[in-house]
Design a protein around this ligand. Structure first.
Ligand code: AMP
Length: 419
């Protein structure tokens, strides 16, 4: 068998690759309109960026990273997420010393050694947005709204937003102790106990029924928020209501990363089965310091492109898939092929999406290519046409064919396309 893409990965090929591009554009669009600038970081980082920026107790760092030593003996990790690299880049570039908040968006591939299944891949795409350097709850609401807009712009109807606050360094320690004490009284397996000892909040995230059953009556963070966190959370909820963003309070919502504080949220879609999260985010007020930076209260999200594509399919939404082709050129004979090379360039320079029948195909085969391309007009150049300095312009919808002078074929084509 010929070589295959590695397990848990996939290739994006036309026509579905166009859907992924559209989804990326749609998810990033609202943030771009709201002053978020484009950021791009390397696909790999010093392992410490994630070990410290995501947290040693997380599954991501403990189990899922693609980590290797490079030829210079440095420990390198393929990025499993985008926030820690963006914060690293902001600090390295000194952006925290300029106008705050720093607003950035990104799109790209991320890598986690996960159990591969539908909606869960080892190389997957996310669009992300981050706003660094402000603890204004209006910014939390802005980001949530931007993500909700992205999904809505794609036509998704049944995404749900889950909202919680994880508290901060003032109130979380007491909650953590109360939670640990509660978990200590449960019948948990060895592995889960170890997880609970490292980060008890992660147990709330455990989807297994034998764990969930025992969590009835678990202490909730919402009952332990300090005054500052309560006020912040109430403000965020109020702004979201003003914006008409529907949400469900989910006091057991925690996220897989250690650095989250206060606002945390997740967008879920019920058409996806087990992997229902199509995006999520939250505040990470302590992350900058974990990466040796100054205090820099910040918030962001990452939306899953692959799962958004699956959600669209689940709702039966078809984005136009065909790459645009307006004009198809069919050269018949060597002289026509030669003339076609510059004709294509002229049409494309005029901004007209153009393709042609390559490989010297006969008229019948070439016209099949014209049909498949979806072009509205086909320009046929035969020897006799060339001799008369014309091309035959065929309207693919009506079948009507008229000669057009080659001297002003670009202008003529443009006019016909505008009709
Ligand atoms: P996270 O960084 O884990 O909060 O992920 C943010 C979003 O990225 C999730 O809500 C998913 O939509 C998507 N995502 C995360 N991990 C994967 C994966 N392994 N495969 C596909 N999508 C993923």
């Amino acid at each position: 068998m010929s070589l295959q893409a590695p397990k848990g990965t996939y290739d994006l090929l036309p026509p579905t690759s166009a859907v992924h591009l559209k989804v990326r554009e749609a998810l990033a669009g609202p943030a771009r309109l709201a002053g978020y600038g484009y950021v791009e970081t390397p696909v790999f980082e010093d392992t410490a960026v994630f070990a410290r920026g995501v947290g040693e107790s997380t599954d991501i760092v403990a189990k899922e990273m693609y980590t290797f030593d490079d030829k210079g003996g440095r420990s390198i990790t393929l990025r499993p997420e985008g926030t820690a690299p963006v914060v690293r880049a902001v600090l390295q570039g000194g952006l925290q010393n300029g106008h705050l908040p720093v607003k950035l968006w990104y799109a790209g591939s991320f890598y986690r050694y996960e159990r591969a299944q539908k909606g869960r891949y080892r190389s997957f795409a996310q669009v992300g947005a981050e706003a660094l350097g402000s603890d204004d709850p209006a910014l939390d609401a802005e980001l949530v709204w931007l993500a909700a807009r992205g999904f809505a712009d794609l036509g998704l109807q049944t995404t749900r937003l889950l909202l919680n606050s994880l508290g901060d360094s003032e109130c979380r320690p007491a909650y953590r102790s109360a939670l640990s004490e509660f978990l200590g009284g449960l019948d948990l397996d060895e592995d889960t106990r170890r997880r609970a000892a490292m980060n008890p909040l992660r147990v709330l995230d455990d989807k297994r029924p034998q764990v969930q059953e025992q969590l009835a009556g678990v202490p909730l963070i919402s009952e332990h928020l300090c005054a500052g966190c309560r006020e912040h959370h109430d403000a965020v909820r109020g702004y979201l209501s003003d914006l008409g963003v529907a949400f469900t309070d989910e006091p057991r919502l925690v996220r897989g990363l250690d650095y989250y504080t206060r606002t945390t949220f997740e967008f879920v879609h019920d058409g996806l089965g087990a992997q229902s999260a199509i995006g999520g985010g939250g505040r990470y007020d302590g992350l900058s310091q974990a990466l040796d930076g100054p205090p820099l209260p910040s918030i962001g999200w990452a939306l899953g492109v692959d799962r958004t594509v699956l959600a669209l399919a689940a709702e039966g939404i078809e984005l136009t898939q065909r790459e645009r082709c307006e004009v198809y050129v069919v050269p018949l004979g060597a002289a026509a092929r030669r003339r076609t090379v510059s004709l294509l360039a002229a049409l494309r320079l005029a901004g007209i999406a153009t393709d042609c029948a390559y490989g010297g195909r006969g008229l019948k085969g070439a016209m099949k290519g014209a049909d498949r391309s979806g072009a509205r007009l086909t320009l046929v150049l035969g020897d006799r046409d060339l001799a008369g300095d014309v091309a035959q312009c065929k309207d693919m919808a009506s079948g009507e064919q008229t000669p057009v002078a080659l001297a002003d074929v670009v202008e003529q084509t443009r006019e016909r396309l505008a009709q």
